[in-house]
Write a protein that binds this ligand. Structure first.
Ligand SMILES: O=c1ccn([C@H]2C[C@H](O)[C@@H](COP(=O)(O)OP(=O)(O)OP(=O)(O)O)O2)c(=O)[nH]1
Ligand SMILES: [Mg+2]
Length: 159
């Protein structure tokens, strides 16, 4: 499989002595972020506890791009651990260490270890908008309906 879009992203050598992350397969949308706790240290996330987990990664995204920090489905399904602010946003002008805000929504404590893959990073283009103030917005069929507004007529008929 060939990539449809290739982007060079500058990265510092891994800040905590681990290998740089890599895409797991040719078609993977994201590369896994690794828990970069100090050697010999582990972190126990009690149920409903949260933590900013270091990844050792510091990047310089080109202008016009962002990086999203997304959960790994396996970790979420098996242990209830997900990214609290998903998708986390890494701005193009951020130069600090990327951290993963994990929360344990499971019923049992979860131990996070150095080297463990804890989330994934997807780089995406950003649309920069110019807000143009107007007196009225154009009319649409939906109008201001939302939050479950569609299909209500059909439900009323069948119900
Ligand atoms: O999951 C995340 C989310 C953010 N960041 C870093 C990169 C990002 O560019 C910066 C700010 O993130 P955000 O804008 O989401 O946080 P904020 O609460 O608005 O802080 P700030 O006022 O610094 O923008 O923090 C991470 O490392 N991981
Ligand atoms: Mg912000």
């Amino acid at each position: 499989m060939t990539a449809t879009l290739d982007l060079r992203v500058q990265v510092l050598p891994h800040g905590r002595g681990l290998p740089l992350p890599a895409y797991a397969t040719a078609g993977a949308a994201g590369f896994d972020l690794i828990c970069a706790l100090p050697e010999g240290e582990a972190l126990t996330l009690a149920p409903l506890a949260r933590a900013a987990v270091p990844t050792g990664l510091a990047i310089a995204l080109p202008a016009g791009f962002e990086a999203q920090v997304r959960p790994r489905s396996g970790l979420a399904l098996k242990q209830g651990v997900t990214v609290l602010n998903a998708p986390g946003t890494v701005d193009a002008d951020y130069r600090g260490e990327v951290k993963v805000l994990l929360v344990n929504l499971g019923e049992a404590p979860v131990v996070l270890e150095r080297g463990q893959r804890i989330a994934q990073m997807v780089v995406a283009p950003v649309t920069r908008v110019h807000l143009v103030e107007v007196g009225n917005l154009d009319e649409t069929t939906r109008g201001s309906g939302g939050f479950g507004s569609t299909g209500l007529d059909a439900a009323a008929i069948s119900g």
